[in-house]
Design a protein around this ligand. Structure first.
Ligand code: KG4
Ligand code: ZN
Length: 413
């Protein structure tokens, strides 16, 4: 296992360990690869992931270690715990991805790693490991913006040209952006408070879904989706947030508090304590999922209308991409499909395992940047991780000033 030494405030793996790690691969000096090949490393939150991807989008090797089960038990991510788990797993995960690819590290064109945004302690592990590897292998380094990677994943799975609209909904992020190029984004709106995945995780925790036999190992959002299938959303009438704000921003804190009040009321009615499973848990899950879907659709509807009004997207067959952990929810996808059908757009979503955090999206972002010749570093002296980092040029004020009224859509789901 790779031991991390503390040097000048930066955690670095020892050289001896890195050499040992590199020697564990077979080197094929004569092998000629025609395609560019990138190793991607992701540690921004609670997944330690790595993948080797080539220029044509072939995934040559992949490995992931999810911390979900640990964090479910502690009731949320505790950053030092996440950091420790990244440290324990990063070498094995990178090694597994490289071994599965059957390439020698010397055949890599570059190493790409998430350096922003994310949890500082988690980002630090991936970055210091990567910088050691970059130094030993003498390869270029491509720093990756986690949300850019989520946005571009669709170009690995589908043939999608710029520009397209992207909706990124996850545990840590919630935004709508126009993607005009590999590193050319216009930010149309974002969450004013928490992200939808965070809200769903909190609701799932408050409902104690970890104790539910069918959901005990699922992330909060996944548990809500699973349980909602057995529930009746019409038992609760909840108005989606920000009904009057004519912008593309989101809000989920109010919804979370409202659901909390409903849960407290139901616990009284059913005569049970917090921590026991409500008989109405499935109905509550269905209601919160539906309200979340309606809110997301309304904001996205305005973004489509704004982009078409400004000729930023074509009038017909514009593409809406939905990605991030929450976009793996099929109810929300169906709601978005109602919207894209009504607006002559096409909805594209990566498969669920590429919506949640993974190493493939980071390696692919590296390939995109290599091909575009953007952000490829040969000098890694001053490279730092950035826990907070906006995506693209913020034009949300302009969107708000346009004050576009969104026509009603029937959400018959
Ligand atoms: O993209 P991701 O893996 O990590 C972040 O960058 O945040 O997203 C994780 C989030 C969690 O909040 C999780 O509850 C949510 O995505 N999630 C879901 C589903 N699967 C994961 N939310 C709703 N429905 C799902 N099926
Ligand atoms: Zn993510």
């Amino acid at each position: 296992m790779l031991i991390l030494n503390k040097t000048a405030g930066v955690l670095k793996p020892s050289k001896r360990k890195v050499y040992g790690f590199l020697r564990s691969f077979n080197f094929h000096p004569g092998t000629l690869f025609l395609h560019k090949i990138v190793l991607g490393i992701e540690t921004s939150c609670d997944d330690t992931a790595a993948a080797v991807v080539d220029e044509t989008g072939n995934v040559l090797g992949e490995a992931i270690h999810s911390q979900t089960e640990v964090h479910l038990k502690t009731g949320g991510i505790i950053p030092p715990v996440a950091q420790q788990l990244h440290r324990e797993n990063i070498q094995r995960i990178v090694q597994e991805a490289l071994s599965a690819s059957s390439i020698s590290p010397s055949d890599l064109s570059a190493i790409a790693t998430t350096i922003k945004p994310g949890l500082a302690l988690s980002l630090g592990v991936g970055l210091s490991f990567s910088l050691q590897l970059v130094g030993q292998l003498k390869k270029p380094f491509i720093p990756i913006h986690h949300m850019e990677a989520h946005a571009l994943t669709i170009r690995l799975t589908n043939k999608v040209e710029f520009p397209f609209l992207v909706l990124l909904i996850s545990g840590g992020h919630c935004l709508l952006a126009l993607v005009q190029g590999v590193s050319d984004f216009l930010l149309l709106g974002k969450s004013l408070d928490i992200a939808p995945g965070d809200m769903l995780d909190k609701v799932a925790r408050r409902l104690s879904l970890i104790k539910h036999p069918e959901c005990s190992t699922m992330s909060g959002g996944k548990a809500i989706e699973h349980l909602a299938k057995q529930g009746n959303r019409f038992h609760f009438d909840i108005t989606p947030p920000l009904q009057r704000a004519k912008n593309c921003d989101f809000s989920f804190t109010g919804l979370q508090h409202l659901i909390n009040k409903i849960i407290i009321q139901k616990e009284k009615e059913e005569g049970i304590e917090q921590g026991q499973i409500l008989s109405s848990a499935a109905d509550i899950a269905a209601a919160v999922q539906h309200t979340t879907a309606c809110h997301i659709v309304k904001r996205t509807h305005r973004a489509i209308l704004f982009c078409k009004q400004r000729d930023l997207l074509p009038q017909n067959n514009a593409v809406l991409v939905a990605s991030g952990g929450v976009a793996s929810n099929f109810y929300i996808r169906r709601a978005l499909e109602i919207l894209t059908n009504a607006t002559q757009c096409t909805l594209l979503c990566p498969p669920p395992r590429l919506c949640t955090d993974n190493g493939i999206m980071i390696a692919w972002n590296g390939i995109e940047r290599l091909r575009a010749g953007i952000g490829i570093l040969h000098d890694i002296e001053d490279i730092r991780y950035e826990p907070k980092c906006p995506l693209g040029v913020d034009i949300s004020k302009e969107v708000e000033e346009a004050a576009i009224k969104v026509p009603r859509l029937k959400m018959n789901l």
